[in-house]
Design a protein. Structure first.
Length: 259
């Protein structure tokens, strides 16, 4: 049986309308996320939108519990919160580019921050990047103790691609298992901090007591990370510059250097 043109057009219109339907309109996205966290975790939370960045704060005292079961439950809640934030963004008509979930205890002694790129999330779900690439190279996790936890919690700004990649480089270097000679040479002595971006240069900090050997090994590692992430994100810092807390510049790396 042939379908009349009018019926066919009506069906197409219905399909288009359904395709344009969104579960979480951008105007109420933050409130919707808070309600979802209450439903999924039984937990109060607070969501904020700053530019194209979504922030979700959740207080969990079990983050510093001595009980293994309580810690597992806290971890499950954090995972659920991260997933819920991404789910809401992907089911909205917003232009959110980054979802930042921050969990902390009541006294703000410890803060965990997980940052996800929505574009990376889509690429992973659509098979454009592998699971290994996604979780090993594009999953940004940061932790802070009593000295800086309140600053981490209160810091809410619109994240840029440059900042995201810069923080990924820092996270990867600080946490990669020491399974190759350059990393083993660094040992526990190395700790980097992201400072910012100036004139297309990524600025990092290293402790003042870093040895000459650590700095030499760090230079080679930074070259590799700069090359790797420039390909992944089709973007490039002119240089990575490393300074001590005292303000002294001790290292400069660019792709023009021999690797």
């Amino acid at each position: 049986m042939k379908m009349s043109k009018s019926v066919a057009c009506l069906l197409i219109a219905i399909l288009l309308l359904n395709a344009c339907d969104v579960s979480y309109p951008k105007e109420t996205l933050a409130q919707s996320l808070e309600k979802l966290i209450q439903k999924e975790c039984g937990q109060d939370s607070k969501a904020y939108i700053v530019g194209k960045t979504l922030y979700l704060d959740i207080e969990l005292d079990d983050l510093i519990s001595k009980e293994k079961e309580a810690l597992i439950q806290a971890e499950d809640k954090v995972d659920t919160a991260v997933f819920s934030a991404i789910r809401v963004v992907l089911s909205s008509d917003s232009d959110i580019q980054y979802a930042v979930t921050t969990a902390y205890d009541h006294g703000k002694n410890v803060a965990l921050r997980i940052v996800r790129s929505i574009n990376d999330e889509k690429s992973y779900r659509y098979g454009r990047i592998s699971r290994s690439d996604y979780y090993k190279s594009r999953d940004l996790f940061e932790i802070s103790g009593p000295e800086f936890s309140e600053e981490m919690i209160s810091d809410k700004h619109d994240i840029t691609i440059g900042e995201y990649v810069g923080r990924l480089i820092v996270f990867r270097i600080n946490t990669t298992p020491r399974t190759n000679p350059p990393f083993r040479a660094l040992g526990p002595a190395l700790r980097l901090w992201y400072l910012g971006i100036k004139n297309e240069n990524l600025i990092l900090l290293v402790s003042d007591d870093a040895s000459i050997g650590v700095i030499a090994a760090l230079k080679d590692i930074l070259k590799e990370e700069l090359k790797s992430y420039s390909k992944k994100y089709d973007m490039l810092f002119d240089k990575i510059m490393v300074a001590e807390f005292s303000g002294k510049n001790i290292l400069s790396v660019s792709l023009d250097d021999d690797i």
